[in-house]
Design a binder for this molecule. Structure first.
Ligand SMILES: Nc1ncnc2c1ncn2[C@@H]1O[C@H](COP(=O)(O)OP(=O)(O)O)[C@@H](O)[C@H]1O
Ligand SMILES: [Mg+2]
Length: 248
């Protein structure tokens, strides 16, 4: 084969297929039209953030992926399969784990009960042993009731519960919100370790200094759609623009 043909065949090799591909997604709360043509892609092993002002539609995008918006249309493909018509439970069974902003742990149950309650939805759910290596604090608090945990411990428990299920694609909604810097750092290390282990993560973050230490790419969301995508290595060069988007 002539060298040109070899080069050409390499050039036309498609990049790895996206794990998640959202196209022209619209979503509503009742009559209120909130997502306006959301579109983004996440590749296997990536950490991608959604950045944007309050009310931009970041949390709604995660809820739409999980099938938790009553009315939505457009396309949400996971591993090449359309999920827009599926119910939340079926979407979770594909291995997508959602940690909502309110963390969704059972306040009246102990750490151990919270960890043992969610069913494994697919093989490969993280063992308690691995969870306690990742979150030593949880091991110390194993018999503590949910209500007695600090905000940071609650966040760790919420993430740990999802890891138990076997999900390998994680949607984390503002996991560092309201937490002390030392806990934020700990959560950052945990996310970096999950990335290293091949998990794919979509992270909604207000704190983009934190996001910058972890993410491969950043999507900027405004009024229910993506208005920009900034690779992490171009973040410094785009910092003024980003400040403009975020109004900080
Ligand atoms: N449960 C709800 N019912 C009605 N409107 C909502 C609801 N949740 C969010 N909204 C509205 O949808 C828009 C997007 O919200 P959200 O996705 O939570 O933004 P973000 O997470 O980017 O701060 C906002 O205008 C918000 O007021
Ligand atoms: Mg939100």
């Amino acid at each position: 084969m002539p060298i040109e043909a070899v080069v050409a065949s390499h050039d036309s090799t498609p990049a790895a297929a996206p794990l998640l591909k959202i196209g022209d997604l619209h979503g509503w709360y009742g009559e209120s039209h909130v997502l306006h043509g959301m579109a983004l892609e996440v590749h296997p092993g990536e950490v991608v953030t959604l950045l944007g002002r309050n009310g931009a539609g970041k949390s709604t995008t995660l809820k739409a992926i999980m099938g938790m918006l009553q009315r939505r249309h457009g396309s949400i493909q996971f591993e090449g399969h359309e999920t827009i018509g599926l119910l939340s439970r079926a979407i979770a069974r594909l291995g997508i784990g959602f940690v909502p902003e309110n963390r969704g742990i059972y306040a009246s149950l102990s750490v151990e009960e919270n960890l043992l309650l969610p069913p494994q939805i697919r093989p490969g759910g993280m063992s308690l042993e691995c969870i306690f290596t990742l979150f030593p604090n949880l091991k110390e608090r194993i018999n503590s009731q949910g209500t007695k945990l600090s905000g940071g411990e609650q966040q760790m428990l919420a993430i740990a519960r999802i890891l138990r299920t076997g999900a390998r694609f994680l949607l984390l909604d503002e996991p560092t919100e309201g937490l002390a810097p030392v806990i934020v750092e700990q959560i950052g290390r945990m996310i970096a370790q999950l990335k290293q282990e091949g998990y794919t993560i979509v992270l909604v973050e207000q704190n983009f200094h934190f996001a910058a230490t972890l993410a491969d790419r950043h999507y900027v969301v405004e009024q229910g759609r993506v208005v920009d995508m900034i690779p992490n290595d171009a973040l410094a060069a785009n910092i003024d623009k980003l400040h403009g988007y975020l109004g900080v």
